[in-house]
Write a protein that binds this ligand. Structure first.
Ligand code: LLP
Length: 421
């Protein structure tokens, strides 16, 4: 459930008509709902009730400072994958002991900043990374808390570009050989082994792959404990999917996920971390755009809108589906026409949807892309010299611009021309 509903025929974000935000900030823009973000965080937090746990929001899904601040105040930890995300989390007031650092390519500089600023744990993905981290920690006279990210060789049954848990993927250390790496880690002066980390992919719509992976992690916990390691924390990653196509998708709920976590690893007495991103932020955001033209092509109609692949890249990058709805609700029984919904960018890939049933729309009419709060604004670019679009946060009947639209001058003046031209 989210808080984007029609009231008197107009789509609202919580208690604010989307038309009102559009008049104030212009289109296109992202709008997020505080109530939805809060609700989704709490669903996970409550799903793990009864276990010592920390829900670490995967900042890569939405790293706007206002969103991070909100999450931090709810008690969330953060899963970061770059020092940029780490510094954002710190700047939003999240203490280092609630920040987990993931990612296959952490640099020594990034490790140093995180060790100096405070960190809950590094999720280490390879032996060279382990060695580098040990050296950095020793040079600073500290011990780095680590979990090794293991690769359980499980098929996440999701889009190939976002599956991470098969042995052919670049992520983690093969579960079959990780005992040796744990042994080495246990002997390093700058390393404190605290646990095991696993993340098998994103937008998973079934529990089974998680269950397989977590069962393997449970077995590994017992093995490593028998080897003498004090395994006290399990980071189970993120990845629970959301219903992008509401008419025919119903992925498992956080509560069902929580029950499965308890079933698979609950008996081990470990502190549990999870790293959800999409399920917290995805359905908490919409992208609002206006129609530029309705173009009648040969045998096809094209609805050309002012948002483009640079603003929301998911459809062109992953063939992802986003429900697209008119902001002013069509009257019941109104005839729908199939159309392709496209942006103004000069490539065919700039297509959001094909053959989508839409009511009659024309120049200036508003449409909303649902489920755009995760991997939307964070993946945007200025391709075609289109400035990044604003982000707005709604709470009850108020809204605030949490990232302003830059002017064309600001965008242009970021470049500099050497004097020798
Ligand atoms: N933890 C780790 C280590 C991850 O790599 C990811 C996502 C997450 C947690 C959060 O996963 P989530 O709960 O959001 O599924 N841009 C793609 C998604 C890439 C996901 C990358 N890793 C998309 O738009 O679908």
């Amino acid at each position: 459930m989210d808080h984007f509903l029609y009231r008197n025929g107009v789509l609202h974000a919580e208690d604010v008509p989307v038309t009102e935000i559009a008049s104030a900030v212009g289109t296109p823009f992202y709008a997020y709902s505080t109530a939805t973000l809060t609700r989704h965080f709490k669903l996970f937090d409550e799903a793990l009730d009864g276990m010592d746990h920390l829900v670490c929001f995967a900042m890569k899904s939405n790293s706007n400072m206002a969103v991070i601040k909100l999450m931090g105040e709810l008690g969330a930890g953060m899963d970061v994958v770059s020092i940029g995300e780490y510094l954002r989390a710190k700047a939003a007031g999240v203490p280092g002991d609630r920040i987990v650092f993931s990612g296959v390519g952490k640099t020594r500089d990034e490790m140093r900043v995180a060790l100096e600023g405070g960190i809950r744990q590094f999720n280490v993905e390879s032996e060279p990374e382990l060695e580098a981290l040990n050296e950095v920690a020793v040079s600073l006279g500290v011990k780095a808390p680590i979990a090794l990210r293991v690769n359980p060789d499980v098929d996440a049954k999701t889009h190939a570009k976002i599956a991470t848990g098969k042995s052919e993927n670049k992520f983690g250390i093969p579960i079959a050989t990780c005992r040796d790496v744990y042994k080495r880690a246990g002997e390093m002066a700058g390393i404190d082994v605290v646990g095991i980390d696993v993340h098998i992919g994103s937008q998973l719509t079934q529990l089974e792959p998680f269950e397989l992976a977590f069962t393997k992690v449970a077995e590994l916990t017992e093995t490593l404990r028998a080897d003498g390691h004090n395994i006290r924390r399990l980071d189970l990653g993120g990845g629970l999917g959301i219903p992008y196509e509401r008419s025919n998708e119903a992925p498992p709920l956080p509560v069902e996920y929580g029950e499965m976590v308890k079933r698979t690893v609950g008996h081990l007495g470990c502190e549990i971390e999870i790293e959800p991103g999409r399920l917290i932020s995805g359905n908490a955001g919409i992208l609002v755009s206006s129609v530029i033209y309705l173009k009648h092509g040969e045998g096809r109609d094209f609805l050309i809108v002012d948002a483009a692949m640079n603003d929301l890249v998911r459809p062109s990058m992953y063939d992802a589906h986003h429900d697209i709805i008119p902001v002013v609700e069509a009257e019941a029984g109104v005839e729908q026409t199939k159309m392709d919904i496209v942006g103004p960018v000069c490539e065919t890939g700039d297509t959001f949807a094909k053959g989508r049933d839409m009511p009659e729309l024309g120049e200036g009419d508003l449409v909303a892309f649902r489920s755009a709060g995760a991997y939307g604004a964070v993946m945007a670019s200025e391709y075609n010299s289109r400035p990044l679009i604003p982000e707005v946060l709604v709470k009850d009947d108020q809204f605030a611009v949490i990232r302003a639209r830059p002017s064309f001058e600001e965008m242009i003046n970021r470049d500099s021309i050497p004097e020798w031209i």
